[in-house]
Design a protein around this ligand. Structure first.
Ligand code: CU
Length: 179
């Protein structure tokens, strides 16, 4: 009994201390991240949305998430998307945050990507637009994304993927997925 009474305050103060310490010593996320191969896909005629792709390289294993993105010269509506199997079809849907791992975090066509929606205008190959990313520690970092063609941004073998029928293990996994 008396042991518990003593333990609780110690745990709390240790937690407070560790929070205070990490606040002082943790690196600014912009020091640990580099944004590479920033690109936006050209708009297909009639489309008001397109994808933005890049690789976020993280030099340490501190906890940090990508929480939002902006492309002010193109749109005011940007989302972070994931690709998911749903009822045997590959669909994309918004995620609130993307936890960054140490090393390369790749946003590409067919995988995690930045979705530019409700676009003000169409964009053409060769144009450059600022892509600004915001992180869970309140910092942000930007890169200049080059507009590239659909062909250039489509990973090899992706067309083949479309023709594949969903396999049974995928359907089984779906049951465990939320939303
Ligand atoms: Cu998307």
């Amino acid at each position: 009994m008396s042991k518990n009474r003593i333990t609780t305050p110690i745990v709390i103060s240790a937690l407070l201390l560790s929070t205070a310490c990490s606040g002082n010593t943790v690196k600014h996320s912009t020091d640990t991240l580099s944004l590479n191969n920033c690109a936006i896909q050209e708009t297909i005629p009639g489309a008001k949305a397109t994808g933005a792709f890049l690789t976020i390289n993280k030099s340490d294993d501190s906890a940090l998430s990508l929480v939002s993105a902006k492309a002010p010269t193109v749109t005011n509506h940007v989302e972070i998307h994931e690709m998911k199997m749903k009822d045997g079809t590959m669909v994309m849907q918004q995620i609130k945050e993307y936890p960054l791992k140490k090393g390369a975090n790749i946003f590409k066509k067919g995988g995690y990507h930045i979705m530019l929606m409700d676009m003000k205008k169409s964009i053409k190959v060769g144009e450059k637009h600022k892509l600004a990313l915001s992180f869970s520690d309140g910092t942000s970092k930007s890169c200049i994304a080059t507009v590239k063609s659909v062909k250039e941004l489509t990973p090899k073998g992706m067309k083949h993927m479309k023709h594949m029928k969903p396999m049974k293990p995928m359907k089984k996994d779906m049951k465990h997925m939320k939303s």
